[in-house]
Design a binder for this molecule. Structure first.
Ligand SMILES: O=P(O)(O)OP(=O)(O)OP(=O)(O)OC[C@H]1O[C@@H](n2cnc3c(O)ncnc32)[C@H](O)[C@@H]1O
Ligand SMILES: [Mg+2]
Length: 208
């Protein structure tokens, strides 16, 4: 007799996670686990699409990615555009967070550039926030949004091995640790993405 759990999962509709970022994917697998969809990736579906992130806001770029992949796959699709805003840099790198040190740069390269640009900025003026905007698109092009943010300080040097991107230099004052020093489960309780995903989950449950 087939396992009842298997039968339940087989009935769940698919939700495409439109991202090429493994760090985001890992986080969403946990964050969206109870939202009633079977999560699939572009590579699961054999879809290779690089969407040009030409928007001026996280919301515009999230919608561009979600719409393009929903159209290509015929599936309900969730995309995330996120990044770091540093007050002393007038909000940079912002929507350019992934491309901050050039198209082929690594996380380490981006962090090095950020720390160099902040070399003369004292600790008290290194305020920053991570923002995340989620766009959920239907194959017919309708889009709903959810968003979240978390405040922190840019540290003087990288610390910690968890997470991805700018996590090693994002210092959480209340915890006295960087985002890369806390366990993935803990990040998934407090992060910009966790807050956005909680709202996205309500939207998804509504769409079922
Ligand atoms: O567009 P996709 O394919 O989803 O992947 P991406 O890495 O290009 O993602 P974005 O365009 O949204 O760029 C966001 C960048 O901001 C940074 N970032 C976003 N969320 C982060 C987080 O939780 N921790 C650390 N850095 C983060 C990281 O460098 C990302 O590459
Ligand atoms: Mg991107």
């Amino acid at each position: 007799m087939p396992c009842p759990h298997f039968r339940l999962r087989a009935m769940e509709a698919e939700l495409l996670l439109a991202t090429n970022n493994k760090g985001k994917l890992n986080e969403y697998r946990e964050l969206l686990a109870g939202c009633g969809f079977r999560l699939v990736t572009p590579s699961d579906k054999g879809i290779v699409t690089e969407v040009a992130e030409t928007g001026n806001s996280f919301a515009d770029n999230a919608a561009l990615k979600a719409r393009a992949l929903a159209k290509a796959s015929g599936l309900l699709t969730l995309a995330d555009d996120s990044g770091l805003e540093v007050d002393a840099l007038g909000g940079e790198p912002g929507v350019r967070s992934a491309r901050y040190a050039g198209d082929n740069a690594t996380d380490t390269g981006r962090i090095d550039l950020l720390l160099r640009r902040l070399e003369t900025v004292p600790v008290g003026k290194r305020t920053a926030r991570f923002r995340c905007v989620i766009a959920i698109a239907t194959p017919t092009g309708q889009v709903k949004f959810a968003e979240g943010k978390i405040e922190g300080l840019i540290s003087l040097a990288p610390q910690g091995r968890h997470g991805f991107g700018y996590d090693p230099v994002f210092f959480l004052q209340e915890l006295g640790k960087t985002m890369a020093e806390i366990a993935p489960k803990e990040k998934n309780h407090i992060s910009h993405r966790a807050l956005a995903a909680a709202d996205a989950c309500l939207i998804l449950k509504d769409l079922k």
